[in-house]
Design a protein around this ligand. Structure first.
Ligand code: S3P
Length: 448
């Protein structure tokens, strides 16, 4: 996806009330479970980002009826999925675009059926590790042919799976979900042991679709047991606002003097709010109001006011609850007094890009002191951040949004290349930030 490079520049304070786009994790799952279920699922507030649209197209290719009914009052779309109680074989390659969540969850779901399915994705996704999903699926009896190191494109053949009890080697909700979705069709089900709890949307949503999922605490982790051969029944899903997207306007307000921004309807699932906890520890003026239950998840309005932040040491065990938020935390840390130490974040190196490497490169080019190692990043903040750089995002949406937010508060403008990729998770980002008073514009060509 290409689009003109964007430049963010400082232009006074930010203020207003906005709604975060629908949660990406929940949107993918609503479409996939809707397609696996029997009957109709109506999804309210589906995130209409590129990643989720790929999953919608994939579900149609597996035989589900997938239709956009119209816009949702709370943003995003109203979608109808008519599930056929299982997957049929797609006649073409399933292209998941940029979406790691999409491809890994769909591989798990597809492995439950006697089908041969070829998966691919964009440049970034074709470089990401799929072995973490193929390993447990293989132990259940699925087979595949893939590029070296289990990279996409790959063809997966499933069906007639054996039950599996799998201990996650890395804290990954995507791997957990893939095993559970495969186990749904396996006669003996599946069990996942996670040493550190990861986002639990799959477990919650399986229950909403009528499945029995038993979760027990085990030390600091969890054991999740799904009996096999369970049938899902279509239901209604209301998608809450994505805390990972809300993070961008909230941090922008925290680092831009005089700002006050409220993001409404933000998902506050305990396994997703590590960033809010960390910002609170940094001294952020955050207020959580209007806390309510929406479709089995806690949501609330979150207000951020400009704050003089202080560096902190982020507890490594918090990483799964804020894994996608480290890039924007690093931006907040650049404006904080002292050092912010982020350890136990090696997983960031295998996201849409190597997010540690790109944040280090981007922040350094903006004059920020930052150091890194295999699984850590340390940012030393300052009252003023220079900016004045053109940042390479390698097509990573969160790297692009993080540096644009930095540019809104830095002394000199910051330009990001490939901003088109922002649409994978936050299609209205630029308009939303402009609505709050942010100055984000297409890069002006250099004078000849
Ligand atoms: C997701 C899990 C996380 C996260 C991703 C969404 C999910 O990935 O980074 O954006 O919806 O399950 P991992 O499971 O690989 O940590």
């Amino acid at each position: 996806m290409t689009a003109a490079a964007l430049t963010a520049r400082r232009a006074g304070s930010l203020s207003g009330r906005v709604r975060a786009p629908g949660d990406k994790s929940i949107s993918h799952r609503a479409l996939i479970l809707g397609a696996l279920a029997t009957g109709v699922t109506e999804v309210e507030g589906l995130l209409e980002g590129e990643d989720v649209k790929r999953t919608a197209a994939a579900m149609a290719s597996f035989g589900a009826g997938v239709e956009r009914l119209g816009p949702s009052e709370t943003g995003g779309g109203r979608w109808r999925v008519e599930g056929r109680g299982g997957f049929a074989e797609p006649v073409d390659v399933v292209d998941c675009g940029n979406a790691g969540t999409g491809v890994r969850l769909i591989m798990g779901a597809a492995a439950g059926f006697d089908l041969a399915v070829t998966f691919t994705g964009d440049n970034s996704l074709r470089g990401r590790p799929m072995n973490r999903v193929l390993k447990p699926l293989g132990e259940m009896g699925a087979t595949w042919i893939a590029r070296s190191n289990g990279r996409l494109p790959l063809t997966l053949k499933g069906g007639n799976l054996k039950p599996l009890a799998y201990r996650l080697p890395e804290p990954s909700a995507q791997v957990k979900s893939a095993v559970l979705l495969a186990g749904l069709s396996a006669a003996g089900g599946a069990e996942v042991i996670e040493p550190e709890p990861t986002r639990d949307h799959t477990e919650r949503m399986l229950r909403a679709f009528g499945a029995q999922v038993d979760v027990t605490e085990e030390g600091s982790g969890r054991r999740i047991v799904l009996a096999g051969g369970q049938k899902l029944t279509g239901t209604r899903v209301r998608v809450p606002g994505d805390p990972s997207s809300a993070a961008f306007p909230l941090v922008a307000a925290l680092i831009t003097p005089g700002s006050e921004v409220t993001v409404e309807g933000v998902l506050l699932n305990a396994l997703r709010i590590g960033l809010l906890d960390t910002l609170g520890e940094m001294g952020a003026d955050l207020a959580v109001t209007n806390v309510r239950d929406e479709g089995g998840e806690t949501v609330a309005d979150v207000t951020a006011r400009y704050s003089q932040l202080e560096g902190v040491e982020v507890p490594p065990e918090r990483a799964p609850a804020m894994i996608d938020e480290y890039p924007i935390l690093a931006v907040a840390a650049a404006f904080a007094k002292g050092r912010t130490v982020m350890r136990g974040i090696g997983e960031l190196r295998v996201k849409e890009s190597d997010r540690i490497a790109l944040m280090v490169e981007g922040l350094k080019s903006c004059g920020v002191e930052v150091e890194d190692g295999p699984d850590f990043m340390i940012v030393t903040g300052a009252a003023a951040v220079r900016g004045g750089a053109r940042v390479t995002t390698h097509g990573d949406h969160r790297i692009a949004m993080s540096h644009l937010v930095l540019g809104l508060a830095a002394e000199q403008p910051v330009t990001v290349d490939e901003p088109g990729m922002i649409a994978t998770s936050f299609p209205g980002f630029v308009a939303l930030m402009r609505g709050l008073g942010g100055d984000i514009a297409e890069e002006q060509p250099a004078a000849a």
